[in-house]
Design a protein around this ligand. Sequence first.
Ligand SMILES: [Zn+2]
Ligand SMILES: [Zn+2]
Ligand SMILES: [Zn+2]
Ligand SMILES: [Zn+2]
Ligand SMILES: [Zn+2]
Length: 200
Amino acid sequence: MAMLSEEITTLCSHCNRPIPSTNIDLHFVHCSRNLEKCKVCGDMIPRKHAEDHYLETHAPVACSLCTATMERDILDVHKGESCPQRIITCEFCEFPLPAIDLIEHQEVCGNRTERCLRCSRYIRLRDSYVHETTCNAVVEGIVGSSRDARTGAERPPRPERRAGPPFLRRHLLFSIAITGIAFILGSLLFQKKSDITPGH
Ligand SMILES: [Zn+2]
Ligand SMILES: [Zn+2]
Ligand SMILES: [Zn+2]
Ligand SMILES: [Zn+2]
Ligand SMILES: [Zn+2]
């Protein structure tokens, strides 16, 4: 076959492609008999594959989890965000379960209580986030930086009146100050004692 770059072409009225004018009649017969235009995407599809093309490319698909059928292009979003059978982890016990059961489960699961390590009260799991920021128990055993401790000892800074944490912080500084003073007193006493004892 000779390759003629400047060949005169004619648009096939069936597939809309430019066809060498010398071949157009033959092409058209062949084209109109064997190809058809997909009504959805407009591609020219061999007639015998038209049904497969539709089923594989355009037909609604069933979600493998909940069996609902939907457009293919929203399946991923459906499975990831809205399928009632998608697996979600309970925020309280981290047990994985279908979304449709989650609300009921968390209703029960969130009502379980756990002891707050700071105030020793039993707090419902569903309230623990809020409690964590509002628990006003004096924090023991948490050592702040030495600068914090020093500032606290000299003059406790006025905490801004925001919700939760600043409160905690004030208590923290306070307890560090007290602990610091107690420690200093303690070591002074101890020193005295050890000064005295040997001389006795
Ligand atoms: Zn054609
Ligand atoms: Zn198509
Ligand atoms: Zn689904
Ligand atoms: Zn749970
Ligand atoms: Zn607490």
